[in-house]
Design a protein around this ligand. Structure first.
Ligand SMILES: Cc1ncc(COP(=O)(O)O)c(C=O)c1O
Length: 367
């Protein structure tokens, strides 16, 4: 049996262990230390965001953003329905109510038309929107920023999957009031687990730092007026992040190359449609995502599993989850259709063109 090909396996640059050794030499194992600052600086340099805070996960970063924005019990918060639950769990942590908006066909991401319609019609104005740039592909972010500004809704960009994705020359995560990135094990970069909160508002990032370190008031003894969290990233994990950031552009280019290989080998199959890319944008193609017009993707998954290759259905929309059966949603059927027909295929940056060719041959045999 061939070695398993994963959807998106960790891919070290080679320098991570060296940096971890430096952390050990300094004995700043935890909680903070120079690599946390270095990792934050590398994200700032790469994305041109002004302020960054390294935390334990992307979910923690979203939670901090909502807390700093004062979103609490009973508030409505809009969210992409076509996303991973990590995008919306923090809305529940704050006791707020998620309201799900459907995708459009042009981007597979949240539809600006539906968003605007909902905001014009709704009786209760939502406080914020958490929008996902799905599978590393850009949402119609400029239009969405304008709509949020018009209606006085805070914007949190969930760029967990889209580090390195650029819309009109600007990185995803840097358009909204806050942006977040994830360094979970399967992301384009990984620290084994981790996240980053970014914002152009320095005071907000300072406040988020305060909450992420147990909300300690500035006294020598421990004084508390508010509750906080233990969400700060450790120096050891940040050292991995620094090593990973040295190869971020290589990883984006490789992910995009893998996507092009899939297109090349499957171009003659009419029933396959690939996730689109908006004009004036460069997604990171974190996972190559496609739909089958007629074929049952379960059969494709099974055939791939038989040759030890991982694949996964597209995210099941949040409004279809039992957990959210009582939540409001504003839909036109797009995400349900995508979920019915779609699959993510293996997109690990360690893959070769021959790996992709083999996967495509297996897919073609099933069709
Ligand atoms: C779209 C999206 N949002 C949020 C998250 C949560 O990130 P984390 O796993 O770092 O908490 C993830 C990934 O895990 C994700 O894919």
């Amino acid at each position: 049996m061939n070695k398993r090909i994963f959807l998106s396996a960790p891919h070290m640059s080679g320098n991570e262990l060296k940096y971890i050794e430096k952390v050990f030499e300094s004995n700043y194992i935890a909680p903070l230390g120079e690599y946390v600052n270095k990792f934050e600086d590398s994200i700032k340099d790469y994305t041109s965001c002004e302020n960054a805070l390294a935390v334990t996960s992307g979910t923690a970063a979203i939670h901090l953003a909502l807390r700093v924005l004062g979103i609490g019990a009973g508030d409505d918060v809009l969210a992409s329905t076509f996303t991973f639950i990590g995008s919306v769990n923090a809305i529940l942590y704050q006791g707020a109510n998620p309201v799900f908006i459907d995708s459009d066909k042009e981007s597979w991401n949240l539809s600006p038309i539906l968003l605007n319609k909902y905001l014009c019609e709704c009786e209760k104005k939502p406080k914020a929107l958490v929008i996902t740039h799905l599978y590393g592909q850009c949402a119609e972010i400029e239009k969405i920023v304008d709509i949020c500004r018009l209606h006085g809704v805070y914007l949190i960009e969930d760029a967990a999957e889209s580090l390195g994705a650029i819309y009109k020359g600007k990185h995803t995560g840097t358009f909204g009031d806050f942006g977040i990135y994830s360094f979970n094990g399967n992301k384009i970069l990984t620290t084994s687990g981790g996240g980053m909160l970014v914002s152009s508002n320095k005071d907000w990032i300072e406040k988020a730092k305060f909450y992420s370190t147990q909300a300690k008031e500035p006294f020598i003894h421990y004084e508390h007026l508010e509750y906080g969290y233990n969400y700060r990233m450790s120096n050891v994990l940040a050292a991995i992040g620094v090593g990973q950031m040295e190869v971020i552009e290589d990883r984006v280019l490789k992910k995009r190359e893998i996507f092009e290989w899939y297109k090349e080998f499957l171009s003659d199959i009419e029933e396959i449609t690939f996730m689109p890319e908006l004009e004036n944008s460069r997604g990171n193609r974190w996972l190559t995502a496609l739909t089958f017009e007629k074929a049952d993707y379960n059969k494709v998954m099974k055939a791939l599993e038989e040759v030890n290759v991982e694949s996964r259905p597209l995210w099941k929309p949040m409004h279809m989850q039992k957990l959210f059966e009582n939540s409001k949603s504003y839909l036109d059927g797009t995400s349900e259709e995508l979920f019915k027909k779609g699959l993510c295929v293996a997109s690990s940056t360690t893959m070769t063109k021959d790996d992709v060719k083999m996967i495509c041959e297996v897919i073609k045999k099933v069709l």
